[in-house]
Design a protein around this ligand. Structure first.
Ligand SMILES: [Mn+2]
Length: 379
C-alpha cells in the first residue's frame, strides 16, 4: 500500500478505482482496518483527486458503508450494495475547475437477491439464466443513468464490477471463492453496455481481459493470495484518457515476500529446501508431501529440515491418496478436508446415486455462499 500510494503520487494519477474484496472477511480484524484507513489517509497526500471503492463478495456491505459519509469528505466514494435506485451507483467526478471529467458506474458485487427473484421449483439452469439476465439488466440501467448524467458532454464512462466473467482464468489454490449457484453462472462480455469506455473488474486474481475485449479487464489481485499464485506477476491497470483517446497499460507490482510451493517425497522436499535456503532466503513455503508412505511425524521432520534456514513453512500437509486415506483414517483431521470433501463423503455415506449428486452439490454450494456472505454485524 505504501508502494501504491507512492506510485500514484509519482505518476500523477487522478482517480483510483478499487473493484472489491477490500477485506477477506465480513469481520476484518482491527489491524486490517487500521491498514485500510491508514492507506486511504496516505492517498490524501498524493495528487489523486478521487477514490471509488466497491464491495466484493468477501466484504460486508454495511461495514464498508458505515464510514462512507466521513470518507466522502476525503473524496473517497464507497458503494457497497446495489439499491432500488441505481442512480446511487453512478458517480460523476469533477475536475478542479468544476467541470465534469469522468463518470464512474460503481457497481458492487451483485448478490443473488439483488438481481434475481427466486421461485420455488426452478431448475439450476433457470436460476443461472435469471442471474445472468439480472446482472445484464442492472448494467443496462446504470449505463442509461450514466448517459443521462453525461448530458451533452463527451466525458468517458467507466463501469466497475465484481463478478466471474465467462472464460475467466483462475489458478488452483488462489482462494477465489465461487459466486452464485454452483460453478456455472458466468457473465459474458456482452453483458456490459457499449457505452462503457472501460470496465474495471475485480474478483479473479489473475490479471486478464474478458472475451477478447481489451477494455474489459481484471487488474488481478495486487498480491498473491495463495501459493498457487507464487510465480505469478501481479499488476495494476492504468487507463489514460487524452482528448477522447484511451490508452491502456499494465504496471507490474514488485514482489516483497517470496513464496514457494514445495512438493515431493521427503528426499525431494529436503533437496528443494536446501536449494531455496540459498536462492530464496526468507521465503514462505507451502509443503505438500506426496510420498507413498504415510509419515506420522511429517511436521517434525519438515521443521528439522528448516531449522538452520531462514525459510518459514506456513502449511505442511500430506497429499491424499486412496491407499493413504485407509492407513491414516484414524489420524485424519477435519481441517485437512475441504468443506466440499466433507459433503462428498456425506453423499457416499448415504449411498446417493451419481445422477442426484450435481443438484445436491449445487444446493450445498448455494448454502455455503449464503453463509459466507452473511453480513453478521449489519445491525
Ligand atoms: Mn471476490
Amino acid at each position: 500500500m505504501d508502494w501504491l500510494a507512492a506510485w500514484l503520487a509519482d505518476n500523477g494519477v487522478d482517480v483510483l478505482l478499487i473493484a472489491g474484496d477490500i477485506f477477506d472477511t465480513t469481520t476484518p480484524s482491527n489491524r486490517a482496518q487500521e491498514l485500510y484507513y491508514r492507506f486511504l489517509c496516505s492517498l490524501t497526500k498524493t495528487p489523486l483527486r478521487h477514490v471509488v471503492i466497491t464491495a466484493g463478495n468477501h466484504d460486508s456491505p454495511s461495514f464498508l458503508e458505515a464510514p462512507s459519509a466521513l470518507l466522502r469528505l476525503l473524496h473517497i466514494h464507497v458503494v457497497a450494495q446495489a439499491t432500488e435506485n441505481c442512480a446511487d451507483e453512478v458517480i460523476p467526478l469533477y475536475a478542479q475547475d468544476g467541470s465534469l471529467e469522468l463518470i464512474v458506474c460503481a457497481v458492487p458485487y451483485l448478490r443473488d437477491r439483488d438481481v434475481r427473484t427466486a421461485l420455488a421449483g426452478e431448475t439450476y439452469e433457470e436460476k443461472e439464466e435469471k442471474l445472468r439476465l439480472g446482472i445484464a439488466e442492472h448494467y443496462a440501467q446504470v449505463a442509461e443513468e450514466a448517459l443521462r448524467v453525461r448530458g451533452d458532454s463527451s466525458v468517458p464512462i467507466i463501469a466497475m464490477g465484481h463478478l466471474f466473467a465467462a472464460g475467466g482464468k483462475t489458478v488452483e489454490g488462489d482462494g477465489v471463492r465461487e459466486l452464485y449457484v454452483g460453478k456455472l453462472a458466468r457473465v459474458a462480455a456482452d453483458c456490459f453496455s457499449p457505452l462503457f469506455d472501460y470496465v474495471a473488474l475485480g474478483h479473479l486474481h489473475v490479471p486478464q481481459t474478458v472475451g477478447g475485449c481489451s477494455h474489459i479487464r481484471y487488474s488481478g489481485s495486487p498480491l498473491p493470495i495463495g501459493f498457487g499464485e507464487a510465480d505469478q506477476e501481479k499488476s495494476l491497470s492504468l487507463v489514460t484518457f487524452t482528448q477522447g483517446e484511451m490508452e491502456l497499460s499494465s504496471v507490474p507490482i514488485p514482489r516483497w515476500q517470496k513464496l514457494a510451493f514445495v512438493r515431493g517425497d521427503l528426499e525431494e522436499i529436503g533437496a528443494r529446501i536446501r536449494d531455496l535456503s540459498v536462492s530464496a532466503p526468507g521465503a514462505w513455503l507451502e509443503i505438500l508431501y506426496t510420498g507413498s508412505e504415510c509419515v506420522a511425524d511429517l511436521q517434525e521432520r519438515v521443521y528439522a529440515m528448516l531449522a538452520q534456514t531462514t525459510l518459514t513453512a506456513l502449511c505442511i500437509c500430506q497429499a491424499r491418496t486412496e491407499e493413504k486415506t485407509l492407513v491414516s483414517e484414524q489420524g485424519e483431521r477435519l481441517e485437512e478436508l475441504t468443506v466440499e470433501e466433507v459433503f462428498r463423503r456425506c453423499l457416499d455415506e448415504h449411498g446417493i446415486v451419481e445422477a442426484d449428486r450435481p443438484a445436491l452439490l449445487a444446493a450445498y454450494r448455494e448454502v455455503l455462499r449464503e453463509i459466507a456472505e452473511r453480513d453478521v454485524n449489519e445491525s
